[in-house]
Design a protein around this ligand. Sequence first.
Ligand SMILES: [Zn+2]
Length: 336
Amino acid sequence: MSFSSQVKQELVRVHPEKHCCMLSEISALTQTCASLRLAGGGRVRLTYETENAALAKRIFLLLKKRMEITPTLEFKRHKRLGGRRVSVLTVAEGDTRRLLVALRMMQEEESGAVFRGVPRAAMSRRCCRGAFVRAAFLGAGAVSEPEGGYRLEFVSSGSKAETLVKILEKSGIGASIAKRRGSDVVYIRRGDDVVSCLALMGAHKALMDMENTRIRREGRNQANRARNCDEANLKKQLGAGEKQKDRIVRYSLAHSLGALPKELQEIGRLRMLHPEASLEELGQMTTPPLGKSGVNHRLRRLMALIGTEERKEEQTKNVEAGAGADGHHAHESDAD
Ligand SMILES: [Zn+2]
């Protein structure tokens, strides 16, 4: 079963208890699952359609409990949906008008209905925002598999999408709108926001699943980082050996290693022959064998000594360069 279906299965078992929250849910379900059928002479009928039988039952019970409306229920096979069974709930004309006014989708004096607005509490109360978002998710939501990154979305349109974004933002959840095949999709992309949204809707089991996956993945990332770090250290070590070799070769060409103490000659020659060797490996090649710190100590002494010679050479070069410039300057003065 997909993670989306799991979340929906969990949410369909969460029932709003307060009157304010029930109205909020009806509002979201009406926005996502209902359409208005005009029957001439300004008569309108509200029809809910869903493939999800559990959701149809939920809408039926909410309308009955909160609005004392008993819609008619019928089933039809939808060609567009590959012959799957769709539950159709129809609200009678008088009830439709009353319902739309309660949902603030229509004003008392208006003849035609307009899809705008939500019950005030759906925006202002946290309990009702949770109920609204939960119902919107049940009606038109989807969430990516926890292993595949974070994306939770709602198919919507126009001002309904904007309203949903506002409700999410009021709950501290960042959401954006994208166009897809003629619909507006409200989507949440940040991991923290997806987790907050699951919490707001009351999908606590799904939230735990997602967090556990996240922890597992972080653990894997950490292991990867540690391995990359080891590799980087190894590269650094190899680079250091190469550099030492170059400096020792240059030194031995200019001064010969023969003038150095025996133990430094030995370590110098070994490093020239084995630039890739680790300190432990070099230690096994010396006579007698040396530990890591012994090798390190000798190499440092050797490199310090070479360093002193390099600085001397550098100074000599600078002095020569300085003298050259002065000479040139003097020559120019002569020409004047
Ligand atoms: Zn409420």
